[in-house]
Design a protein around this ligand. Structure first.
Ligand SMILES: Nc1ncnc2c1ncn2[C@@H]1O[C@H](COP(=O)(O)OP(=O)(O)OP(=O)(O)O)[C@@H](O)[C@H]1O
Length: 777
């Protein structure tokens, strides 16, 4: 629960009077000791029920909440039906924080339990069902998860890094966006932890298990996504829900999970949510993954950590805040088994470098005795050393660094450096260089796997551009959104830009949602969810959405403003064309952005001219400009009304606070005589807004018809609509233009130039002929 009042915990089985009578022992436990488990957010959660924007929701079974007045204030007692004895849990209702969450109690924890119970093994026939994964010998649970997800083959980065990581090497992985890097580092970690967990007794929920793997990600959304992604690999495996020791085969796997895409619509038995499958004693998950990010309540964080997290996914800022107050966590970070930097190059840009650096310091080896000097470490040329030969020593920390963009120079430096501690005379070439040199790779020769494509262009991505004036960008964007409907992610370089564009989009009936750092975390997640679930929506985002976000089926990426760096261009584009899907990107380039675009293309080893132009029907564009003009006017009037109201309210509040009387014309809405001028003004503005809105509504209702197209006689005109209707290419938004996917009608830059040249030549020749003709006469 994120965390709605714990006292609102769902109660399923109220203990009966007879069962209470059977109670043989009473234990006092904290709310933290209850077996909270994740539950789906109700559909109505987004409909003003007060649950909007919750990160997640948890419930607890078999608990009755009873309030009692005591001399220390109001106390909630949680009556719990335990596994072997019935217990009564009591937790004081501490002061609720601003979000209505209950604070922590300091009751005595339950004793350990089930120390002698080993988890029953899981089986999966990888050889038969997932032959392409068999060579890696992953834990059967992971085989199940991959099978359920239908990931029949490893992606290239997974195929290349898994053998290295599984044999204990440190890995720096560079591969294109959307190529499955999360599992490339996630699978080796989960494999290790699962293998370990299945070879020891089930741990007690009351022991705080140490964090074994730390994954650092630059943004909250990315951290939450990574945590979800890895958790999905463990979903069907929690001791309660997995069909243990069942013979491997599709039937067994599909029964034990509700997420199998192959299940959909194939019968009730296969779609059981795991938590409803049985009532066996509840154990903590054998391997747990959790995210800790900014915007999350401190109480929730503490609860996550106190339960025991094996894989902690975190943003550096929030993690450092917690570490400073939690010595136990600091010690755990010093003894990690895995450290991952996802999107390392981005982390040093976000202003969290200091926190990141502090965290990394904890992961350094403590004494020089622990450092084994590699033979001939310095001066080794690339390729001379075989990466696969070395690795970390048994139990030592393995480090994985992944990104779609790590410069070749940096990779070279990494290969060449001795490792671990920076040498005195060693000067980092960049901040990222600096960061990587601070990492204490235990492996004397970290493996560098770079399979990023030339120019960093993903094969399934179609790029395009529009050269236009800055002032025309709104119109071109509007044109694009109507011309090529779909899920479009628009990147702007400033929050102000998003704030300006959003009301215009709304007035023009476009479903647009904002995403930027000044929104509350719950609003950010809510907007992301809405964008994900609306097929024809627009997300107006700053570069916080540029890295790592895996939003299914983003059809288009639009660079409303040119990105400032080549990396930003690559990562923004990477939000589409993921996992071998098609994608399209449009770069809007104003004259004063040409220089930046040229430079960023150059640093990608490409020419600006390589990017083809997107064709635009100028006749349509003009019509859209008229709509936009009206929308802007409405927005400006609305803005004036808002501003007036705001100023008025502010004055009133300030006067009240200072206990002074305002001038009579500002004082009251009720006094008709004194407030007449401002009231009249407000009324006039409101009337103007209404009239303009009516005008815009009428305009939007008018179909946009291409030049030379007749809507009255659909078989006539330059372009026959009837043909489009017959071929299925009829465009509902722009009648007379063919309905095609973005990118299928691009004008290659060279062809465009040649055409422009030819066009430029033709009139000249005609003029000459004419001239010559006259001469000849
Ligand atoms: N072996 C696989 N087969 C099919 N799909 C996969 C496989 N591995 C991962 N995927 C899917 O590919 C998508 C992209 O994966 P992921 O987010 O890990 O990419 P990434 O390389 O980290 O991208 P970015 O650089 O943008 O962060 C995800 O939806 C993931 O579920």
């Amino acid at each position: 629960m994120a965390v709605a009042d714990k006292t609102a915990a769902k109660r399923k089985n109220k203990p009966s009077a007879s069962s209470l009578a059977k109670r043989i022992k009473t234990k006092h436990v904290t709310a933290e000791d209850l077996h909270w488990k994740k539950t789906a957010k109700p559909r109505e959660a987004d409909l003003g029920t007060g649950l909007e924007g919750f990160l997640d929701l948890e419930e607890v079974d078999d608990v009755e909440v009873v309030y009692e007045e005591t001399e220390n204030g109001k106390v909630a007692r949680f009556k719990v039906k335990g596994t072997n004895v019935e217990t009564e849990a009591a937790a004081e209702v501490e002061e609720e924080d601003a979000d209505g969450k209950v604070g922590e109690s300091s009751e005595v924890p339950l004793e350990k339990m089930d120390v002698d119970t080993f988890p029953e093994p899981i089986t999966f026939d990888t050889k038969a069902l997932l032959p392409a994964w068999d060579a890696f010998q992953l834990h059967p649970q992971l085989g199940r998860a991959l099978y359920v997800k239908n990931f029949t083959n490893p992606t290239p980065i997974q195929a290349q890094t898994l053998p290295l990581a599984l044999k204990g090497k440190d890995v720096v992985g560079v591969a294109e966006t959307g190529s499955g890097k999360t599992l490339a580092y996630g699978l080796p970690i989960l494999h290790y932890l699962l293998t370990e967990a299945f070879s020891r007794p089930i741990p007690s929920s009351k022991i705080r298990r140490p964090v074994r793997a730390l994954i650092l990600a630059p943004t909250r959304e990315l951290a939450l996504q990574v945590s979800l992604h890895l958790n999905a690999c463990l979903t069907s495996f929690e001791v309660d829900s997995v069909e243990k020791s069942a013979p491997a085969g599709p039937e067994n796997i599909t029964k034990s999970t509700s997420q199998d895409p192959r299940n959909k619509g194939k019968g009730k038995a296969k779609a059981q949510p795991p938590q409803e499958q049985d009532n066996k004693p509840k154990h903590p998950p054998l391997v747990s993954v959790a995210a800790i990010v900014g915007g999350m309540s401190a109480q929730k964080q503490r609860r996550i950590l106190s339960r025991g997290v094996d894989v902690l996914v975190a943003t550096p800022g929030r993690l450092w805040d917690i570490i400073q107050e939690d010595d136990e966590l600091a010690t755990q970070i010093e003894n990690l088994r895995f450290l991952v930097l996802d999107e390392a190059d981005r982390m040093i840009e976000t202003g969290h470098f200091a926190e990141l650096d502090n965290i990394l310091r904890l992961t350094l080896r403590k004494s020089d005795d622990e450092v084994i000097e590699p033979e001939n470490a310095l001066g080794v040329e690339d390729g001379e050393r075989e990466d696969s030969k070395e690795g970390v020593r048994q139990g030592e920390m393995q480090t994985f660094v992944f990104s779609a963009t790590l410069s070749k120079d940096l990779q070279k430096n990494l290969r060449r450096r001795s490792r671990g501690r920076r040498r005195n005379n060693e000067k980092p070439a960049s901040t990222l260089d600096d960061l990587l040199l601070r990492l204490d790779f235990r492996d004397p020769t970290p493996a560098v796997v770079d399979i990023s494509p030339a120019g960093s262009v993903v094969a399934t991505l179609t790029e395009s551009k529009i050269e236009c004036l800055m002032t025309d960008k709104d119109a071109y964007l509007y044109y694009f959104l109507l011309r090529y409907p779909g899920r479009t992610l628009v990147f702007l370089s400033s929050i102000d830009g998003i704030r300006r564009l959003l009301p215009l989009m709304e007035l023009l009936d476009i479903h647009a949602y904002p995403l930027h750092s000044q929104l509350e975390q719950r609003q950010r997640l809510k907007n992301l969810d809405r964008f994900k679930s609306t097929p024809n929506a627009v997300l107006l985002a700053t570069d916080i959405a540029a890295r790592g976000l895996d939003i299914p089926a983003v059809d288009h990426v639009v660079h409303y403003q040119a990105p400032r760096t080549a990396d930003a261009y690559v990562h923004r584009n990477g939000r589409t064309a993921r996992a071998m899907r098609r994608g399209f990107s449009l770069l809007m380039c104003a004259p004063d952005e040409r220089r930046v675009v040229r430079a960023l293309m150059h640093s990608l080893g490409r020419q600006e001219e390589e990017i083809p132009e997107m064709p635009v029907e100028l006749y349509m564009l003009d019509k859209l400009k008229a709509r936009l003009q009206l929308a802007r006017e409405i927005d400006s009037v609305q803005h004036r009304v808002k501003k007036e109201n705001h100023e008025r309210n502010w004055l009133k509040e300030a006067a009240e606070a200072m206990e002074i009387e305002l001038d009579s014309d500002l004082a009251s809405d009720d006094d008709d005589r004194s407030t007449a001028p401002s009231k009249q003004k407000r009324k006039a503005l409101q009337a103007k807004t209404a009239a303009l809105k009516a005008e815009l509504k009428a305009m939007l209702a008018q179909p946009l018809v291409a030049r030379g197209v007749s809507t009255r006689y659909i078989t006539s005109g330059v372009h026959s609509i009837a043909d489009d209707l017959l071929t299925g290419e009829y465009h509902e938004n722009m009648v007379g233009l063919k309905k095609v996917q973005a990118g299928t009608d691009l004008v290659p830059a060279k062809a465009r130039k040649q055409r422009a040249k030819a066009n430029a030549r033709v009139p000249k020749e005609e003029e000459q002929e004419e001239w010559g003709g006259i001469k000849a006469d």
